[in-house]
Write a protein that binds this ligand. Sequence first.
Ligand SMILES: CC(=O)N[C@H]1[C@@H](OP(=O)(O)O)O[C@H](CO)[C@@H](O)[C@@H]1O
Ligand SMILES: [Mg+2]
Length: 545
Amino acid sequence: MAHNEKILAASKKHPLVALERGQLYKYGTAGFRMRADLLEGVAFRVGLLAALRSRKLNSQAIGVMITASHNPAVDNGVKIVDPMGEMLEQDWERLATALVNCPTDEDLVEVYNKLVAELKIDLTIPAKVIYGRDTRPSGHTLVTALADALAAADTEYVDYKILTTPQLHYLVRATNTEGTPSSYGKVSEVGYYEKIASAFVRAMKGRRIDGALTVDCANGVGGPKLHEFLKYIPKDKVAFDVKVVNDDVLRPEVLNLDCGADFVKTKQRAPPVPKPQPGTRTCSFDGDADRLIYYWVDPQTGFFMLDGDRISSLAASFIGDLIESAGLKDDMRIGVVQTAYANGASTHYISQHLKLKVICTPTGVKHLHHVAQGFDIGVYFEANGHGTVLFSPDALNAFRDTKPQSPAQKDALDTLAALGDLINQTVGDALSDMLMVEVILAHKNWTLRDWAMTYADLPNRLVRVEVADKDLFETTDAERRLSKPSGAQEEIDEAVKKYKDARAFARASGTENACRVYAEAATRSEANELADRVVRVIERYGSSQ
Ligand SMILES: CC(=O)N[C@H]1[C@@H](OP(=O)(O)O)O[C@H](CO)[C@@H](O)[C@@H]1O
Ligand SMILES: [Mg+2]
């Protein structure tokens, strides 16, 4: 059968569900994400686009991940991973939206061919796509649709079955660098565990971890993968006492239910199950294991959370010190990338105390990742716990090639080199970030309380505001100021002026049909009051057309 006929025939098996009231499917920050029963046709069409992207990029492998992260179990999602393990290039998000929304199978074939012509894609060259899915049962149907699309588009594919999101990102990069000097690691799930475990052992040399760590896996894919990973740590080299909890993947309905990183961050409390043990060092992954939040419940003061801002400042401080001990301070540009949601106290601590450069970008990890790539060492985290540390090729070479003049310098260089392998360079990775935190705490000989003492967060409040049309709100200055509707920002400025150490901003959410208002100030009551004032401004401007 010819290419077009094969695609047409296969597409008929995976029809697209028309959305209500002429709404469109949209490739957003997290790809296509919605109720799983709407996604079969979407997954098929994403398969076609991934095949085109592989051909456009000279047959490099493209990844597709099936997951809805921290969303409830009934949802699912489909997103594309670019060759170096990065998020899909922004221009192609538009193409994904165009291809997916074709109303009929015939339109789909037409738009597919239009893209081939416009992008000058050679359909005769090989294409390769690799994919994985989280533990959601709906993933089966979606990967079947995806595989049918890839077969119809004459594309070689590898089904890696169940993976965490960061594992798929690792595999995409490993596949595309295999056999080259910049090989990212063995092209297998085992290769991922081996690389990280060996780096962890090297980074822990001469140090020990104090006390057990409890890891809440959101009843998602992180549970079985963490159990698997732990087998790769040689007990005689590192004693790492990990208690894995909320690791039930046999009952899909409990996925992300009252547990996981998103629950802890938004509810600002520990998951009720298992009952929090006072003083225990605990962290939570989200449903696809790309976000991490640490916390403990203090016998005296109660719950205390260490979120993405804290992980970022911990990593920046530790790596900054190592660079100095390694004698590389004058050669390495270290930068920390945050969004406007980062607590002002963290920004102040990093820029004033650590004396490191801080850059603020719009929300969404692809923006942070991109800016972090501009540094020799780029630390980026969203407050919600998604982030990583990027090392440039020059930095990695320097860690390996610098000749140490003292045992302390050697130790610093070895630790930096180990961190380069330990920390996932493609995307935020809860497992790898957790090991990084454990390494840092062990090196500093710190408890979570010591870590928490580095600075005091400014009290803050985040409010979701329903408005008639969120698109009325446009921002500038990395989303920290409203450029539209005219007059709104001036009113926010007036409100902010009334409070000490205050900051507030409003923006349209990229993932929900609402605006978000963030406010912080010197005291809790002032932060609340300021948030209320700004919410009223947004409600007023959002209702007047
Ligand atoms: C305040 C907040 O947490 N915003 C989240 C949320 O984006 P919004 O555009 O604010 O809806 O979802 C994004 C994708 O998961 C995540 O990157 C971001 O941090
Ligand atoms: Mg996630």
